[in-house]
Design a protein around this ligand. Structure first.
Ligand SMILES: Cc1cc2nc3c(=O)[nH]c(=O)nc-3n(C[C@H](O)[C@H](O)[C@H](O)COP(=O)(O)OP(=O)(O)OC[C@H]3O[C@@H](n4cnc5c(N)ncnc54)[C@H](O)[C@@H]3O)c2cc1C
Length: 411
């Protein structure tokens, strides 16, 4: 019998599931629904577009013919408003009903709005879509002064956009350093110096109390909790992500700060799977539920969901060590796994641009951050993937070249 699959979301997780489903089930009916106006593009690269460094074309991954060639129905500009798991039906804002045998939820998130006065003023941007990047590029290229808010992996993209567009940037952050959950001051200082070299000044123990605007409603300044006033023509905010799950209300699908799935990407509701940023998935490496917001992980989850949806059984489990790199500076940066969930951390600074920190939990590597020299990533990820015990051996992890044999001998 011909199966019909509906995928909500055409980001990398949804698109990778569609591709897998077509490979595994050549006769199936496959529909991909997205509320964006364009098919899959490379979300990682939109910051390079906003910097003014890349034209539009290389950012697109699929054009509409990609779907036609695979006999996949693509519904652009279509917002799913709710789903009915009993009836196996998806409802859209246009009043259409899409029946499914198997459904994939792959709707990612929307940036959290900064809950302060005037945060919706002209010139203030939150960053997630290509459309956002186009507006940011336009504003930043006309700005002399800029403000970036949010000391995490997306906030630093906004700060780097200021630098690349020759905008004198102030990067406002809480606490005394960038990404304080994953980096000590030693590591963060390398990033701070990198920012300054790009013309962006980190401002610590700061944030935004409110924004000032001119008569036309355009932002003119950010006022921080200390009363400091930062004049600006442009603001970029990245303080977190709210998962797009409103349409799941009343569906019975379990959520716990994300859609809960097992290692097969199956939710608690029959025939409904989920993949990508919005999942809280069972991580077979950690042996517990975890979350991850990265491109490679979302792509793999989409593939695993597609395999299991087509197999109609638990066929392939998700097992993945993620990585997330930053390429804004003269030195490389990479975080892998879950760098903030350790019960123990070891770290070392090797030079002004080289630093390493490894997160360890229950005697095993669970993540880390590498700055300057990324060569150890392969061995560290292998240790994590293979759940190797490093108990009492953590010094080995900080050697310039990690000797896996030395760890193996002492097992
Ligand atoms: C600026 C930026 C830089 C990044 N840089 C990196 C990086 O360097 N490395 C890295 O690993 N990761 C990076 N990421 C994160 C990475 O892009 C995400 O982890 C990944 O794209 C998540 O994919 P996804 O398929 O889960 O969700 P998304 O890509 O968010 O796709 C979800 C799709 O569902 C649509 N949708 C939502 N609700 C509905 C609805 N109700 N009806 C219909 N459609 C809906 C959305 O519009 C969206 O198109 C970056 C993200 C951004 C924004």
């Amino acid at each position: 019998m011909t199966q019909s699959y509906v995928i909500i979301g055409d980001g990398i997780s949804g698109s990778s599931a569609a591709e897998t489903l077509r490979e595994k089930d050549p006769d199936a009916e496959i529909t991909v629904v997205t509320d964006e106006g364009e098919p899959l593009y490379n979300r990682i690269l939109i910051k390079e577009f906003a910097k003014g460094k890349l034209p539009e074309a290389p950012i697109s991954i699929h054009d509409e013919s990609w779907y036609e060639d695979r006999d996949i129905t693509l519904s652009l500009n279509t917002h799913v408003t709710h789903i009915d798991p009993e009836a196996h039906v998806v409802h859209t804002h246009e009043g259409d009903d899409l029946g499914y045998d198997k459904l994939l939820i792959a709707t990612g998130g929307t940036p959290t709005q900064l809950p302060v006065e005037n945060s919706d003023a002209e010139g203030i941007h939150h960053f997630w879509t290509f459309q956002d990047a186009r507006k940011i590029e336009e504003d930043a290229s006309n700005a002399e002064k800029g403000v970036a808010v949010g000391a995490g992996l997306l906030g630093i993209d906004l700060a780097a956009i200021c630098g690349a567009q020759d905008v004198a940037g102030k990067y406002l952050m809480r606490g005394n350093r960038w990404w304080r959950y994953a980096l000590s001051l030693d590591g963060a200082e390398i990033i701070h110096d990198g920012l300054r070299e790009k013309g962006v000044e980190p401002v610590f123990d700061s944030g935004v109390d409110y924004f000032e605007t001119d008569d036309s409603g355009r932002v003119t300044a950010a006022i921080d909790p200390n009363g400091e006033r930062f004049e600006t023509d442009f603001v970029g905010i990245a303080i977190g992500l709210n998962f797009n799950t409103e349409y799941l209300r009343g569906s019975g699908i379990e959520q716990d700060e994300g859609v809960v799935v097992d290692e097969y990407m199956q939710t608690n509701v029959d025939d409904i799977y989920a993949a990508g940023d919005l999942t809280r998935f069972y991580d077979t490496i950690l042996g517990e539920y975890a979350q991850n917001g990265s491109w490679g992980s979302a792509k793999e989850q989409g593939k695993v969901a597609g395999v299991n949806m087509a197999a109609d059984a638990e066929s392939e489990a998700f097992r993945w060590v993620s990585s997330y790199s930053i390429t804004h500076f003269d030195f490389p940066f990479l975080s892998f796994g879950h760098p903030t969930i350790g019960d123990e951390y070891v770290e070392r600074k090797y030079s002004d641009t080289e630093w390493r920190r490894i997160a360890i939990k229950d005697g095993k590597v669970v993540g880390g951050v590498l700055i300057g020299d990324l060569a150890p990533q392969t061995r560290l990820k292998k240790l994590m993937r293979e759940e190797t015990s490093v108990e009492g051996q953590t010094d080995v992890l900080l050697e310039e070249e990690i000797d896996l044999d030395q760890l193996a001998v002492s097992q």
